[in-house]
Write a protein that binds this ligand. Sequence first.
Ligand code: GLC
Length: 540
Amino acid sequence: MNRHHWWRDAVIYQVYVRSFLDSTGDGIGDLAGVRAGLPYLRKLGVDGIWLSPFYPSPQHDHGYDVADYRDVDPVYGDLDEFDRLVTAAHRLGIRVLLDIVPNHCSSGHPWFREALAAAPGSPERARFHFVDGRGPDGSEPPNNWHAMFGGPAWTRVTEADGRPGQWYLHMFTPEQPDWNWRNPEVAAEFDQVLRFWLDRGVDGFRIDVAAGLFKHPELPDSPDPEADARTRDSVNPLAWNQPEVHDVWRHWRAVCEEYTARDGRERLLVGEVSVPSAREHAKYVRPDELHQAFFFDLLGAPWDADAFRKVISEAMQDIAGTGSTVTWVLNNHDQVRTVTRYGEPAPEGSGLGAARARAAALLMLALPGAAYIYQGEELGLPEVVDLPDDVLTDPIFRRTGSRARIRDGCRVPLPWSGQASPFGFTSGAESAKPWLPQPEYFAEYATHRALADTRSSWHLYRDGLQLRSALHQLGEGTLRWLDTQPGVLAFARGDDLVCAVNFGTAPVPAPVAGTPLLASGPCRPGELPGSTAAWWIDGS
Ligand code: GLC
């Protein structure tokens, strides 16, 4: 490859706008808050940010229910503020990715409201999946599909004459009707949406539910509805991963290339691709499709050397020949944070989860490819596990009859400074309340404190990122596994970088003599302590 493609080894920071920094004092983060936080991100050393959805939305799924794809929700600011944010980010050398949600919109979107008001069979309804029900009076859903967040994937509407009528499809909540991508109007609309934001200067898009969009044309019953109901993964083979979706990504890639041809700036498309096999996953990153697709298997792997080695080796194999690089991720706004995930079932307060999360981060940053960091990960934030039921807002909680407490605990607003909530998160009065309550122990993780303490996770991430860009070999190429004892992984990158991780709890001999370049915890010469990762330059 002659030309460096910035995204191939980029480190992108996911900003969950609602919880990053609040500039208005209403307890909800906003775009001006993101702008105020840019110097912090620049210091950290990331290449870009991905902004979670900030579009006008009734917020049934925190913005993943979009009512207008071309505007900013007043809670988060306005288009002028958005423009200021992009300008300020670019001035600091930080690229900006938006989260685009093409599988579904909000039930408050004008086109959906028009569809509700229109008659069965109308062009307005043809933009969605409106279908007659089964049974003599159409009172049973058109098929047996389950929604991802619990319950059936169909909701019945009342027609203009006041009688129960057709059903519409929603693979998530009823407030998120699925678009009908077999209707060319939908494709044309999204083409315009992409251009709207590209014209405003964005550097690319994170694509929500990128294996969705098309459904089997006949909407037949799923072969295994129990499996669909059990999991949050997209397993129904008739609802996800239909071959036609690849034409959309080819078109979107062409749109990006068109903009690059104009100004030389390469845009990035990164897909949230959940598909059953690595081979299917690789199809999404063929050279004329998405640049990147999140590789979620690392995020799903337990803290175990063999499990990590297996998913890393598979990822490297599957990416070969696609033209892309692996897109690593350990945390995001839908998952329990690593500190807590890796801590279980370790005794509380043992610090094991925190040590392992730091080690995993150093491992991820040593791998070839790109990496995504979720806000707060760099502070070593644990999951907030004891939020009271009445503050939980994740629709999964509601729709599973209060069984699944999954996504609120990683979305608690960031602590910036001070000893008590709101920890500098809101610029409002002391009494201003963050939209999710912050626990007292967040004081230990505040960014001000982290920046002042060279042993903090923040410094580990910062140093890792600095070294990563200094050692240009890190993003590209492959890795060579080194022989180690069980429970330890070690690999070499390029000519001389070695990364080793001790998944056990007792120290082991270090694979390279001498002091490590960087380590996730204190190391004695010649030794790699338990739950620790380190990088060395192997001069031997
Ligand atoms: C993706 C998002 C998640 C959202 C869902 C529906 O999985 O990451 O937060 O709820 O799509 O849009």
